[in-house]
Design a protein around this ligand. Structure first.
Ligand code: LLP
Length: 861
């Protein structure tokens, strides 16, 4: 007897003729491999929802239109398939009509009737499918799943659970195996439905088709279970939110279960257990692209190493926080509290306790939560404690085996929580997940950040596959990760490095223009370039010619700009000093620049300086953002900006002093790649202006626009920034919007060229020395920043050497890149350090009395 293989196809995978052709192709391939396939199908897409709606409408006697729509959907597929709908489905259509009529007469639908009605969805899809397979020459037999799966009677179940959420036995069944083996060809059956001891049709609850397939695989002792769906497998994060999410090629059952439970919707968590118990490998495959490898779920590879496999998020959680001072003196406090939840029929998801507080989370999937239910609960709880409802919240989970053993490696990833309020932190006893519960609106951005931190460096291997974006085909791949300009111009760069001195910063004119183009596409009224990022005169000239203004932080920067452009009107200069001496403000006003105040002190102590002036105020929105804690510029532990609670006092002092506040400013940090950030800043500033500052007509949203530094990082979606800002403009037309980016305009365009000086090997650690050190580029040492490093002299050669790339400076921290893959490298080779156009030369020094690098502009061809 051949080995069984169970193939499950979901709603979108059975809804068109093309998809059924794929099913035929897959089933034939399995036969050719020597298997006997059992094909398990869902109802056509949207049909289950329509059947549910049919029930509701039938109660009001209004079921005809939905009945017609359900029939039409099946007729249209039958017509495409060239099979006869009336002959095949006539009896099912009639049964549906009878059931709907019954409901309309009684004006009520029992769970038993609902189960019968819903079951027709799967019955119809499989009847059509089996007929089509036969029509195209595939030997196929239609089977009734209710003859194969029997519900287990559970004690104390109510009607609803019995008929709509049944559980089936999953022990291997030789009788069933023999019975099915006697049937000819490929077997086609339904997911989602079974029969109980009394012969009644029952349903297996949400996601029931996956579960059916797993039960059947177990009962047939199948060699494999394949779940065919509309995504190409399981990913390190929800790929629709995080484009750089990587395919998970292989997962253990427990990990897959955990990922499915903590948010991913690819597989229903209930389907994994039967497969695990019987050691049946589970493959997740994509019907639209059957050739893709998908995800294999099977026994763990016992390597013992901990590894985070996914970041997942589950929204819609509600927390209940319960305070009680004498908790531990009160015998039975927890029992009382939990009994209250039980009385209200609410199941608890996770719990955190301290001496005076117990906080629990409630999952809406398991609880019918509405306001009234929560009010009744808190009223009842108030007999034992002070209860507070917090929500909507989201749970963000890091999932992977032995997560406890790798906590120390998570440290940088956990930095993102510095600015977030975490209500609850749980670590599963199974050591498979670490979960943080926070405000729902934070979750999406946080998942993106955690994902970038945890998976930004990951290279494909046996566990991690290509990214979602890479799987989306070449066009999107090109858009998302533009090929670095310096690869195209490598020869010229090597020539530049060889003809003059190294280290050398080179800026690509073409790339500068490209970045300017991106910013010009945004619906903002003015762009001021943050001169601090790079004050190279050639670059400033190009920006000036494009109509860009200049944001300066010191009189020195103002003087530099003025010297380059003597005729530049003052209003194209924005001065944003911080903790500067009084004289600096004088210089700013003398230059005719827009002057920004970011503290009350100057106004209180030096009022005469500001009397009769129109100024900007920099506000601290309370929450910073950015690639490293040193560049987050908001919140109580950042020295920038006026806190919101001081704004009323500031408005009053300014008014008394005759100082007019015409603009509000906020810059929350640097290196941000979440497209909503500037819209949030704008909305925040608009609210402050509306409340307190009637003269404000400009909102300066700061800079901070990030770029991709590490391969695999999610780029800032500049078009989305634009769409978001357009919304702000529509909502607040009275304000001009300004931006003051530094990095975005120059970072990608700049590279640092250096020459290899010496090589060294200490045991297993290799070093490649170059003539640029931390005095030339301090970002790696200061922020742990990643700059791609390439050996330009040997581009294209196999990278077989893993080495730390170090400079000549007398500090152990003088490392430009750790553990980089390079080709076998030699003294004199030209090495390139990428994305160094911003805060590179500008932050260089003469440390060790080594001169900062020279600079060159690479003109367009
Ligand atoms: N506006 C203000 C008020 C700023 O403080 C800054 C940067 C900017 C604009 C420009 O930010 P950008 O668009 O470049 O992110 N040295 C660090 C970055 C420090 C940023 C300081 N302020 C680095 O290398 O990452």
């Amino acid at each position: 007897m051949s080995a069984w293989i169970v193939l499950k196809f979901g709603g979108t995978s059975v809804s068109t003729r093309e998809r059924w052709e794929t099913i035929a192709q897959v089933a034939r391939a399995r036969v050719a491999e020597g298997f006997r396939p059992l094909v398990v199908c869902s109802a056509l897409t949207t049909i289950s929802n329509q059947l549910e709606a049919l029930l509701h409408h039938a109660v009001d006697g209004d079921h005809e239109p939905i009945l017609a729509a359900i029939e039409e959907k099946h007729r249209s597929l039958a017509a495409d398939m060239g099979v006869d709908a009336d002959e095949l489905l006539g009896s099912h259509f009639a049964e549906l009509r009878r059931l709907a009529l019954g409901v309309s007469l009684i004006r009520d639908a029992s769970p038993k009737l609902k189960a019968r009605l819903m079951a027709t969805g799967e019955l119809m899809s499989t009847v059509l499918g089996a007929a089509f397979l036969r029509r195209i020459g595939v030997d196929a037999t239609w089977c009734d799943a209710r003859e194969m799966l029997q519900a287990v009677r559970e004690p104390n179940t109510n009607e609803g659970r019995r008929f709509l959420n049944a559980t089936c036995g999953a022990t291997p069944d030789p009788e069933l195996q023999a019975r099915l083996a006697a049937l000819p060809g490929i077997l086609v059956t339904q997911g989602f439905i079974a029969r109980d001891e009394e012969g009644e049709t029952v349903l297996l609850g949400r996601g029931g088709s996956d579960t059916s397939a797993a039960y059947l695989a177990a009962r047939l002792a199948a060699a494999r279970l394949e779940i065919w769906t509309d995504v190409p497998g399981m990913f390190t994060a929800n790929p629709r939110q995080v484009g750089s999410a990587r395919l998970l090629r292989h997962l253990g059952y427990e990990e897959a279960q955990e990922i499915a439970t903590t948010g991913a919707k690819v597989l229903h968590p209930r389907c994994i257990e039967p497969a695990r118990r019987h050691g049946i490998p589970l493959h997740v495959k994509c019907t639209t692209e059957p050739e893709l490898e998908g995800t294999v779920i099977s026994t763990e590879i016992a390597d013992g190493n901990g590894q985070v496999k996914a970041v997942s998020a589950r929204a819609g959680l509600t927390l209940v926080s319960m305070e009680s001072l004498g908790m531990w003196q009160q015998v039975g406090f927890l029992a009382d509290v939990f009994a209250t939840f039980q009385r209200h029929g609410l199941s608890i998801d996770s719990v955190a306790t301290s001496e005076s507080n117990v906080t629990v989370s409630l999952d809406p999937g398991a609880n019918g939560l509405d306001r009234a239910a929560l009010q009744a609960l808190t009223a009842d709880l108030s007999r034992h404690c002070t209860a507070k409802v917090i929500g909507p919240c989201a749970a963000v989970s890091l999932v992977g085996r032995n997560i406890r053993s790798i906590l120390h490696r998570l440290a940088p990833a956990l930095e993102v929580f510095e600015e977030q309020r975490i209500y609850l932190l749980t670590q599963a006893a199974s050591d498979l997940n670490l979960t943080f519960v926070m405000d729902e609106e934070q979750a999406e951005a946080l998942v993106a950040k955690l994902h970038a931190l945890l998976f930004g460096d990951v290279q494909p291997d046996g566990t991690f596959g290509p990214t979602w974006r890479e799987l989306q085909g070449p066009a999107e791949k090109r858009n998302a990760v533009p090929e670095s300009w310096w690869r195209r111009k490598a020869e010229k760069l090597v020539a530049l490095a060889n003809e003059g001195q190294t280290p050398l910063y080179v800026y690509d004119e073409e790339t500068l223009a490209e970045s300017v183009g991106h910013l010009h596409s945004l619906p903002v009224d003015r762009v001021f370039y943050a001169v601090k990022a790079n004050w190279n005169p050639e670059i400033l000239r190009r920006f000036e010619a494009e109509g860009i203004g200049f944001e300066c932080v010191s009189p020195g920067e103002i003087a530099h700009v003025k010297a380059l452009f003597p005729d530049l009107p003052g209003e194209r200069i924005l001065f944003t000093p911080n903790f500067a001496p009084a004289l600096d403000y004088v210089r700013g006003f003398e230059a005719g620049a827009w002057v920004t105040l970011d503290n009350l002190y100057p106004l209180q102590q030096w009022p005469a300086l500001f009397a009769g002036r129109s100024i900007f105020v920099r506000v601290d929105p309370g929450q910073g953002d950015g690639h490293h804690k040193h560049v987050k510029t908001a919140g109580n532990y950042s020295k920038f900006g006026v806190p919101v609670d001081e704004l009323p006092a500031l408005a009053e002092i300014a008014a008394k002093n005759g100082t007019k506040i015409v603009g509000l400013h906020a810059h929350v940090g640097s290196g941000i790649r979440t497209a909503e950030r500037w819209m949030q800043t704008a909305t925040f500033l608009a609210a402050q202006a509306d409340a307190l500052f009637p003269d404000v007509r400009i909102l300066d949203l700061g800079g901070g626009l990030g770029i991709v530094e590490k391969p695999g990082q999610e780029p800032l979606d500049i078009e989305a920034v634009g769409r978001n800002l357009a919304q702000v403009k529509a909502a607040h037309p009275r304000f001009e919007l300004w931006l003051e980016p530094g990095r975005y305009l120059v970072a990608r365009a700049g590279v640092l060229l250096a020459k290899v000086t010496q090589l060294k090997q200490k045991e297993d650690q290799a070093y490649v020395g170059i003539d640029a050190g931390m005095n030339a580029l301090i970002r790696p040492a200061l922020y742990g920043a990643f700059h791609e490093i390439a050996n330009l002299s040997r581009l294209g050669e196999a990278t077989t050497l893993r080495a730390d790339v170090v400079g000549p400076i007398c500090e152990t921290g003088d490392v430009l890149g750790h553990g980089r893959m390079l080709p076998p490298t030699q003294e004199g080779d030209v090495v390139l350090v990428a994305t160094a156009g911003a805060y590179g030369r500008a932050m260089s020094s003469e440390y060790n009395l080594r001169s900062p690098p020279a600079e060159r502009l690479l003109p367009r061809d």
